[in-house]
Design a protein around this ligand. Structure first.
Ligand SMILES: Cc1cc2nc3c(=O)[nH]c(=O)nc-3n(C[C@H](O)[C@H](O)[C@H](O)COP(=O)(O)O)c2cc1C
Length: 420
């Protein structure tokens, strides 16, 4: 797997002969399991069709700043926020001039101006256009604004003139992006196991006992780990979420299946147990559907304890360097989390309070957690589940930076007594 797996790239295609090469770049990125969203300028769409771009990227193509459909589905701000980087291929002289001068008169230039992400450009133009003082001034401005240039190369142009201005080949652009992400993938070389979602414990072939876990938090953590360069295996119960890009995802139903899948994913450096695993399963589950019969007594269920996946991973001979659990509690959250941490033998617990009507957690996009270790805790503000995931991954990165692969309590910033 390349370090582009799980990344999200916003590709802007502007109007130049080399636009067709962007199709090959999309293909290479998709093959590397990179999420690709594309903006096609009006000029760009004179050279390649939105249909080709959409078919290769497997997403709609965005073309119009004032389209109600585009703006409501994925507006210009979100297009830039959801991407890890923005790359313009080919970058026309016109679009570079707009970017250098803060002009925002179409979707591409407005998104670039509104972006808070690294911007790469792969210019392509006639050598005279490239050499013009106005273009050179714009290049100077863009470089000093932090825009990163990939190319251009020298050679024969489509217009049969020779000189500097050819767009760099898609494979070379892909390699440049790989190198960039290698530097920004602090967990490269680490293997991570994440569990997510609920488990279902069968009563009979059609009925089960489940819980309200949506899997949003666990899936967000798996995606954030993959973005940081880790090789991630996600073991998930039944959820209505897409498998995160760049993550090996194993689908299971019961707690026993989840444990087997987790053990198959070890050894790993990191384990995050975010799944809501049923504590018990039905001992007398039926092989055939239990039929309702008039006058017959209602069936009664007996239960036996399920394997404790967090505890099993913590005491495994392949124990990961950092084992993290979740504790959904209805009261005394931090105290309960600290007891759980000792009982299960894990390193950190992310504790959250569930069941309050103003903080339902299950199924929502937000979470308020406290990161608890053996001697410290750090209460985080209310955050989106994606933000919780990003912050947790940052804590892991500083943990590994501080301690190598040893596990201790380091990244937690506040003494336990101050939060309990
Ligand atoms: C056949 C043809 C080829 C062109 N090739 C290029 C090119 O390679 N690079 C460039 O900067 N402009 C090129 N242009 C000019 C741009 O398409 C033009 O400046 C357009 O306004 C760019 O719009 P955009 O930047 O919004 O995509 C070409 C125009 C035509 C008609």
């Amino acid at each position: 797997m390349t370090n582009l797996a799980g990344k999200s790239v916003l590709l802007v295609i502007s109007g130049g002969i080399a636009a067709y090469k962007s199709l090959e770049l999309i293909r290479l990125l998709r093959k590397a399991r990179t999420e690709v969203r594309c903006i096609l300028t009006k000029g760009g769409s004179e050279f390649i069709t939105p249909l080709s771009v959409s078919a290769l990227s497997e997403h709609p193509v965005y073309t119009d700043l004032f389209s109600l459909k585009d703006e409501s589905e994925m507006g210009h701000i979100r297009l830039s926020r959801d991407a890890d980087i923005i790359i313009v291929t080919p970058a026309s002289a016109n679009l570079m001039a707009k970017l250098a001068n803060g002009i925002a008169d179409d979707l591409a230039s407005t998104t670039l101006l509104a972006s808070n992400k690294p911007i790469f450009v792969a210019p392509a133009m006639n050598p005279e256009m490239w050499a013009k003082p106005s273009t050179q001034r714009n290049i100077e401005i863009l470089r000093s604004d932090g825009v990163q240039f990939i190319g251009p190369a020298a050679g024969e142009m489509a217009c049969s003139e020779t000189g500097l201005g050819r767009m760099i080949e898609p494979q070379d652009i892909f390699d440049a992006l790989q190198s960039y992400f290698k530097l920004s993938t602090p967990l490269a070389g680490k293997r991570a196991l994440v569990t997510s979602g609920p488990t279902y414990e069968p009563i009979d072939p059609v009925r089960f006992i489940g819980n309200r876990s949506s899997g949003k938090q666990g899936h967000a953590i798996a995606a954030a780990l993959a973005r940081a360069g880790a090789e991630v295996t996600l073991v998930t119960g039944h959820v209505s979420l897409a498998d995160p890009v760049g993550v090996r995802t194993l689908h299971v139903e019961t707690a026993s299946e989840m444990l087997d899948a987790c053990q198959s994913a070890l050894p790993a450096h990191i384990a995050v147990c975010a799944a809501a695993v049923a504590d018990w399963r039905v001992e007398n589950s039926a092989d055939q559907k239990i039929k309702k019969q008039t006058g017959a007594s209602t069936p009664s269920l007996s239960f036996i304890e399920n394997p404790d996946i967090l505890a099993e991973i913590s005491k495994s001979p392949n124990r990961p360097d950092l084992v993290i659990g979740f504790a959904a509690e209805t009261q005394d959250v931090v105290k309960a989390a600290q007891e759980k941490l000792v009982r299960k033998g894990c390193d950190w617990i992310l504790a959250n309070q569930v069941g309050k009507t103003d903080n339902p957690v299950f199924g929502t996009d937000h979470n308020q957690v406290t990161l608890v270790s053996r001697s410290n805790c750090d209460e985080w503000p209310p955050l989106s589940k994606k933000e919780v995931a990003a912050r947790l991954v940052e804590a892991m990165i500083s943990h590994f930076n501080d301690t190598g692969t040893k596990h201790d309590d380091k990244p937690i910033s506040r003494p336990l007594s101050s939060a309990s």
